[in-house]
Ligand binder design. Structure first.
Ligand SMILES: Cc1ncc(C[n+]2csc(CCOP(=O)(O)OP(=O)(O)O)c2C)c(N)n1
Length: 384
């Protein structure tokens, strides 16, 4: 048969019946950010939870101002403040069980401290030390991640491995709006959904990636909508409403624990301070915008609810503030002590077994330090 005859014999027919692999409707996020505070639902919130969240928020805000002050005093190399985002930080950490794992980004010190990590140790990395400062296994908190979104595949790997081993562990991975443009974000969400890994992704959409506004970051209807493309549910929550964040995170954690797979949560919030102490936010945003968000302040929102329900009087508020002040005083005092650093530490914990190259570099540094101890005159003499 010639080629033309073969083509003539080909009878096209419709493709096999197509069906979506699942109904996408249940995956779609909330039509607007989910809120509890200021709505009728707030009356049902547990008073103890409200008080606990409030105490953490007040401590968190004080931690932010203290850490920022320490950068000005040269005691801290850099601090990415989460003022304005305390509800996301605290409520997310408190939604986890002790056996769960937290995978934070550099802005998530408050979540790390809310997990029980020593406030000073949580700042070790930001102090310029090359080690994490705390033992990640002691509190089940991975190191604060500076390379954007790299903590997300780690969280998925840990959660998936735990499930394979039969361990009851959920991983919560935190990331910023800018981090959602990273390849690691895509890879992590894709694997998490395919494996139905017990992991929850919390995106804190604080409006900016340094100076880049969200509109230049994505053309998606919302960051939570990205969930649908991966086949996991998306949730949209008011990130300044600690009770709403706690509820949405709690639901997602329970679902993951029960084998229901991952959830992508977008918490809509705002970074009140500059990106870090090294940034001048007035160059890319106006005061009016900042003021609008100050009027939707996470601490004040919760305080209003507590006061209106008669759950927080002046004395109780004063006690919470005193506790935060004591934490800040302790942080200040301990951060004002010069850390005892041994430069030779640089070579520890890089690999389980030190490589030949590292050994060579270690010997070079040891010789350099020994020469320094001999004094500059001696070194001058050596050169001559
Ligand atoms: C892989 C990678 N690329 C670039 C940077 C530089 N960088 C540091 S912070 C930042 C903005 C991140 O913004 P976002 O994810 O929204 O988090 P936010 O700082 O607002 O919490 C960038 C681009 C980085 N740390 N890592």
């Amino acid at each position: 048969m010639t080629v033309l005859e073969q083509r003539g014999a080909y009878r096209p027919s419709p493709p096999p019946a197509w069906q979506p692999r699942m109904d996408p409707a249940p995956l779609l996020p909330d039509a607007e950010p989910y809120r509890v505070l200021g709505t009728e639902a707030a009356a049902k919130a547990d008073p103890d939870l409200l008080r606990r969240l409030h105490a953490h928020l007040v401590r968190g805000r004080r931690y932010n101002t203290q850490a920022t002050a320490l950068t000005k005093q040269g005691r801290l190399a850099v601090y990415p403040s989460s003022t304005g985002q305390e509800a996301c930080e605290v409520a997310a950490a408190l939604a986890l069980e002790e056996r769960d794992w937290l995978f934070p980004s550099y802005r998530d010190t408050l979540a790390v401290v809310a997990r029980g990590v020593d406030p000073v140790e949580a700042l070790t990395l930001l102090r310029g030390d090359w080690h994490t400062g705390y033992d990640p296994y002691a509190h089940r908190v991975a190191p604060l991640s500076t390379p954007l979104a790299t903590q997300l595949p780690h969280a998925v790997g840990l959660a998936h491995a735990a499930r394979l081993k039969g361990d009851d562990v959920v991983a919560l991975a935190m990331v910023g709006d800018g981090g959602t443009s990273e390849g690691d974000f895509h890879e992590a969400l894709n694997f998490a959904a395919v494996w139905r890994a017990p992991v929850v992704f919390l995106v804190q959409n604080n409006g900016f990636a340094i100076s880049v506004p969200l509109a230049k970051q994505t053309a998606a209807p919302s960051l939570a909508h990205k969930a649908v493309g991966y086949g996991m549910p998306g949730r949209l929550v008011d990130g300044n409403d600690a009770v709403a964040v706690h509820e949405v995170l709690g639901d997602a954690v329970r679902q993951a624990r029960a084998g229901g797979g991952p959830t992508l949560i977008e918490a809509v919030t705002y970074r009140i301070d500059a990106h870090t102490n090294a940034d001048d936010a007035t160059r890319y945003r106006g005061d009016a915008e900042v003021e609008t968000w100050r009027a939707h302040d996470p601490v004040r929102l919760l305080e209003t609810e507590l006061t209106e329900r008669g759950l927080l009087d002046e004395a109780a508020l004063e006690a919470v503030r005193e506790d935060a002040e004591a934490m800040a005083a302790d942080l200040r005092a301990r951060m004002n002590q010069d850390p005892e650093l041994d430069p030779m530490d640089l070579f520890d914990h890089v690999y389980a077994e030190t490589t030949a190259q590292l050994r060579e570099q270690r010997d070079l540094l040891r010789a350099e330090l020994a020469a320094e101890q001999d004094g500059p005159d001696q070194q001058e003499g050596d050169r001559r």
